[in-house]
Design a protein around this ligand. Structure first.
Ligand code: ATP
Length: 306
């Protein structure tokens, strides 16, 4: 039995359709991602799975229970980290966890949770004096106090510096090692690629792709990506020549150029010969495999960061 089954989920806010017929299943023990730009409907979807919002339509089962008809059964089995958990400034880390432990039937020992989130040294620190990464770890600690089977993390690393993000990734992987199912929303492609066993890409309330990061990239890209920078703008003739050389339909517009290429050595050789003859300087040349970022661009015509 899947940990989560969502079928035909719709959510309207007045006349705005925030979620438009989303279906997916999450297997037990996997890290499952909801990936999409701001406003795609990730938070709304998560909050419906958590029983915090009512769906307009659709059937949603979490841990084998219907979220609308059996919300208490669901709540007992899930842990929720909200996008912005309100922490009490003048409670210490230990007091905060102990406070939330009072709200659940069989709380875990506070010390155990502190240790798991590497917060022992901060146990006596006020919430207001924690770093961004430590605050996020505390909000995950709160979500783990009832020893949930399924953990929901809504954009857990937004606003963190790179080191704190990596630390949090380790924390999330550790949840998986304990056999927990993790559902994670993010608008960071690299995060989804690093962490998720499987994911859905959501745009405008709809699922536009589903699979493991590797599968998704393999399905949509047979080629590598060649990218480089043009130091000077090209005239129309050169732009057309370069477009043809890279196998594109039209002329190239700079200064950043990126092309899907199957015969990488052949294209690079022709590129260097052409650039030398045309007096064009090519810099910052890189060849890489396609990423989820390229996938999103291909599927939507937009970059996730726009
Ligand atoms: P973000 O990454 O910014 O959190 P998201 O993918 O989580 O984005 P949602 O927060 O689910 O997206 O929002 C989806 C759409 O629904 C947006 O257009 C948003 O403006 C709208 N929306 C969300 N909450 C409400 C609400 N309470 N009332 C009205 N509209 C809402």
């Amino acid at each position: 039995m899947p940990a989560i089954e969502v079928s035909g989920l719709v959510k309207d806010y007045g006349t705005v359709r925030a979620v438009d017929g989303v279906s997916f299943a999450v297997e037990e023990g996997e890290i499952f991602g909801l990936l999409g730009p701001n406003g795609a409907g990730k938070t709304t979807t998560m909050e419906i799975l958590e029983g915090l919002r009512r769906p307009t339509a659709g059937r949603i089962q979490v841990a084998g229970f219907d979220v609308v008809r059996q919300p208490n059964e669901v709540k007992r089995r899930i842990g929720v980290q909200l996008q912005a958990t309100a922490l009490f400034d003048l409670l210490t880390v230990r007091e905060t966890i102990a406070l939330y432990a009072q709200f659940v039937p069989n709380p875990r020992p506070v010390d155990e949770v502190l240790k798991e989130l590497a917060l022992e040294e901060k146990a006596s620190t006020y919430a207001k004096d924690l770093s961004g990464g430590q605050k996020q770890r505390l909000s995950i600690a709160i979500a783990l106090v009832n020893d949930p089977q399924i953990v929901f993390l809504d954009e857990p690393t937004t606003g963190l510096d790179p080191q704190a993000r990596r630390n949090l990734w380790d924390t999330i992987r550790a949840l998986k090692r304990q056999g927990k199912t993790v559902v994670l929303s993010t608008h960071y492609m690299d995060e989804a690629q690093e962490l998720c066993d499987r994911l859905i890409v959501i745009d405008h309330g709809r699922v536009i792709a589903e699979g493991s990061p590797k599968e998704l990239i393999r399905r949509h890209f047979e080629a590598s990506i060649v990218q480089f920078r043009l130091d000077e703008p090209l005239d129309a003739q050169r732009a057309a020549e370069l477009g043809a050389l890279l196998g594109q339909d039209g002329p190239v517009s700079g200064p950043e150029v990126s092309a899907q290429v199957e015969d990488v050595p052949g294209v690079l050789a022709r590129l260097f010969t052409w650039a030398a003859a045309a007096g064009v300087t090519v810099s910052e040349l890189a060849v890489r495999t396609a990423s989820l970022e390229d996938l999103f661009l291909k599927l939507t015509g937009r970059s996730l960061r726009e």
